[in-house]
Design a protein. Structure first.
Lengths: 323, 315
């Protein structure tokens, strides 16, 4: 069984920093949705509204040398790992100034310097790569941890099982963060997984698993620290079984016919991690308004930066296929 | 192969070997024998049966500065890792604007003719050649096997090295000692001739040589050993076509959309005025590789190559 561990305390100023970052991610994604609907961002778009506490709680617990990989829902993870909103927005606009130089877009975000080793459109694709990076750290005796974000849907794919099996077998310093938002795209959890508790998946490999409340950033932060200490200390990988909620569709424009009628409204009223944290730190209306104004400026500024960016030329596609 | 791995692991301490049964067992074809004892279990890593996991792990190792050499135990056992190869290995450098290097080598025993069961004798080169960002080499001699593998390991890009099983035990020759590198992207003229060119790679080069000997009284046959399928030495192909005006391509892979089709298309595009007849192909068939009782009927034979050559000479 997964252990429910005691919380470590995050200080009040730290929680306020968390709040600011979570609000930045929320406003950033709302802006991206708005620009997508306005037709400025063609293609496909997945946002993680409702899951901000996971991105911030996990990434703020990391050391600078630690690395992450992410999923098709990666904006929050990337911002929380330190990529500037300007570079992220420029990437979504397909500009050379983007964090993936305009080659990746929303689903293939990279920021190698910041330790963001890649988001991934193929569910579960990055998991063995995190095992490999962690193995490299272990071989070199470096006190670094490699951490993978993935959803409950990814636990059904082969690479998930191969990656966890190898990680546990080799006792590598990896942390596997399962963001269980209860839907694999549009398929409810009960229809895609024979086990209700995602921790059971990890326990099957003999891996330490910790249950986490993904709507509570303090809980995410404290348990991620424990997981990182365990992994960094040479005790093998850890599985973080994070229960969270996607307060939106799988993609922007998703009619969400697969959800029970009132579920989204109820979740938004009771499970918004930003509302919860605001209550916890007792942020007043004036303070919130001021913070919101500051963040809106940053987000609006990122759109301006992106629009003023450099369009790639067709011949740029020929570069970097080979060394 | 074994010598190349010993030399390269000694030369560069960021090179490591990983795969199923590569450590204590030394690999099913003994390619990794002695590596574990000499370099330790961290440089010659035994893995479980998990091809996608092996290649995915190698991708992660690359990201942290290693140069992994992955062994896939047999050609067709590489299919579970095609996902990692196609969706990640060949794309990372491009996606990251050149920010990440992927000096991974994927080597595997390749091809038929050794009385193995199905899925132990496939010729999957086209899947790899068709994947942007990946290079592909197939040696036809022991010396080239050593030299191409060394080049693959030193190359900054992902390279798939397909090792014909027929060569493992079928050919013996002296191999240069110590460091020996055969540059990628350069074909080899295995036999000089003036009337007709046989283009082949892997085990088909030896077959072409026997066919050429059989035709010795009728025609002077040149043989171009492709060696690196990607990047292709187009210059060598076109030079030989210009010289002889007649080209027969030999591949053991299934016919449709095989590598020979690409070679034929290049010749049609760039050498049409040099050609005195159609480019012909001698290939395997569009069927799963058959069991040993009828595998000889599947594989290109000396007779089939000679027949194709005569047909073209008489065109």
């Amino acid at each position: 069984m997964a252990k429910v561990e005691k919380k470590g305390a995050a200080s009040e100023p730290l929680l306020r920093e968390f709040f600011r970052e979570m609000l930045l991610i929320r406003r950033f994604e709302e802006k991206v949705e708005e620009r997508f609907r306005a037709g400025e961002l063609p293609g496909f778009l997945h946002v993680a509204i409702g899951q901000e506490a996971v991105a911030v709680g996990v990434c703020r617990a990391l050391d600078d040398g630690d690395v992450i990989m992410s999923t098709h829902r990666a904006h929050g993870h990337t911002l929380a790992k330190g990529t500037h909103p300007n570079e992220l927005m420029a990437e979504l606009y397909g500009k050379l100034e983007g964090c993936s130089h305009g080659y990746g877009g929303s689903m293939h975000l990279y920021d190698v310097e910041k330790g963001m080793l890649g988001a991934n459109a193929v569910v579960g694709g990055g998991l063995p790569q995190i095992t490999g990076t962690a193995l490299a750290f272990k071989f070199r005796g470096e006190p670094r941890v490699a951490l993978a974000f993935f959803g409950d849907g990814a636990t059904n794919i082969g690479t998930f099982h191969e990656a966890l099996n190898l990680a546990q077998l080799w006792q590598v310093p990896a942390v596997f963060v399962c963001e269980n938002n209860w839907y694999a795209e549009s398929t409810p959890h009960a229809q895609h997984s024979p086990v209700r508790s995602m921790s059971d998946r990890a326990v099957a490999f003999g891996m330490k698993a910790i249950k986490v409340d993904g709507q509570d950033v303090e809980d995410v932060y404290a348990n991620t620290q424990r997981a990182l200490d365990h992994a960094r200390g040479g005790n093998g990988p850890v599985f973080l079984d994070v229960e969270t909620y996607r307060l939106t569709g799988h993609y922007v424009g998703d009619p969400q016919v697969y959800r029970p009628k009132d579920e989204l409204r109820e979740l938004r009223e009771t499970q918004d991690p930003i509302d919860k944290l605001r209550e916890r730190i007792g942020l007043g209306d004036d303070e919130l308004e001021e913070l919101d104004r500051e963040i809106t400026e940053i987000v609006d500024g990122s759109v301006e930066f992106a629009k003023a960016g450099t369009d790639p030329k067709p011949e740029d596609a020929l570069k970097n296929v080979y060394a | 192969m074994n010598d190349a791995l010993h030399v390269e692991l000694e030369r560069d301490d960021s090179v490591l070997v990983m795969g199923e049964d590569v450590g204590r067992a030394g690999g099913v074809f003994r390619a990794t024998a002695g590596l574990r004892d000499r370099f330790g279990p961290d440089r010659c890593v035994d893995t479980p049966l998990a091809e996608a996991g092996i290649l995915g792990t190698a991708v992660g190792l690359c990201m942290a500065g290693w140069r992994p050499v992955c062994e896939m135990q047999y050609d067709a056992f590489s299919y579970p890792c095609l996902d990692q190869l196609i969706t990640h290995v060949g794309r990372y450098r491009w996606r990251t604007g050149g920010g990440m290097e992927f000096p991974v080598t994927i080597r595997m025993p390749y091809g038929g003719g050794v009385r193995a069961p199905e899925l132990h004798d496939d010729s999957p080169e086209t899947y790899y050649v068709h994947t942007p960002g990946v290079k592909v080499a197939i040696p036809s001699t022991p010396a080239d096997a050593k030299g191409l593998l060394a080049a693959a390991i030193r190359d900054p890009d992902p390279v798939v090295v397909l090792e014909p099983k027929l060569i493992y035990r079928g050919v013996a020759e002296e191999v240069p000692e110590g460091e020996h590198v055969v540059p990628l992207g350069r074909a080899r003229v295995a036999r000089e001739g003036s009337d007709l060119t046989l283009v082949a790679y892997g085990a088909m080069v030896a077959l072409a040589e026997r066919a050429a000997a059989g035709l010795a009284d009728e025609a002077s046959v040149e043989i171009v050993d492709v060696r690196t399928l990607k990047p292709l030495d187009e210059e060598a192909l076109l030079a030989s076509a210009a010289k002889t005006g007649r080209v027969v391509i030999v591949q053991e892979a299934p016919r449709t959309c095989g590598y020979g089709a690409e070679l034929a298309a290049i010749l049609a595009e760039k050498a049409i005025l040099d050609l005195r007849g159609p480019v012909l192909r001698v290939t395997g068939y569009d069927v799963p590789y058959p069991y040993w009782q009828i595998e000889d009927a599947y594989m290109p034979s000396i007779d089939r190559v000679v027949d194709a050559a005569r047909k073209l000479l008489e065109f």
